[in-house]
Design a protein around this ligand. Sequence first.
Ligand code: NI
Length: 259
Amino acid sequence: MLVDTHTHLFVDSFDEDRSEVVSRARRDGVEIMLLPNIDASTIQALKSLVEAEPGTCYGMMGLHPGSVKDQWESELNQIKKELWNGNYIAVGEIGIDLYWDKTYLDEQKTVFRTQVQWAKELKLPIAIHAREAFDEIFEILDEENDENLSGVFHCFTGNMDQAEHALSYGNFKLGIGGVVTYKKAELDKVLRNIPLEHLILETDSPYLSPVPYRGKRNESSYIVHVAEKLSEIYKVSMKEIAERTTKSALELFKIPLSQ
Ligand code: NI
């Protein structure tokens, strides 16, 4: 059994075949899929998928840093309302992204810190999107860190220092996805020094497809290629990769193993 801890199966690139995509994932052992929200415009689609696939798809609620623009206050209000009224397993995805645009850096920081504080109040883990922004994120988390802070650095592609900093917070994991299969990323070199117990698996569908699907639409069943790559790096069986990453994911997101 595998858990895809970060998959946007509710976006419109899956409108034609969403239920087949979920079935294919289940067929390949991906029994649980966690859906991080993007912004107010995606809430309805996310909720529909969670309702259609109970016990398989679970929702996270948050405002993605890429959607922090002039309307950020109204966006954040809608997210807050949904988070408090709905049934969500985490606050996500949240973070800071300075790769595309630095215009809204101050707003991104405010929005990130606010959502970190909500997560602590609700005792929920956070799913962090960090792109060219580790310093800014660490600065906020260093200040906010306490016994209620937990979460994952989704699509972790940092160096060893950044991995150590991320894992220095109480209950944090590194989310590993398709990038680990890209030779140039050299993520395997960093992972060789990080115990397997700190990792959870994800696809970030529809983005970042693993080899041999690189460049194509990603989907949760492809997570098997991420697990295979980890089995190669850690020199352990696929079964062990699956068991250990699934255990970490279920513990972090407090999902009961009912099946
Ligand atoms: Ni994402």
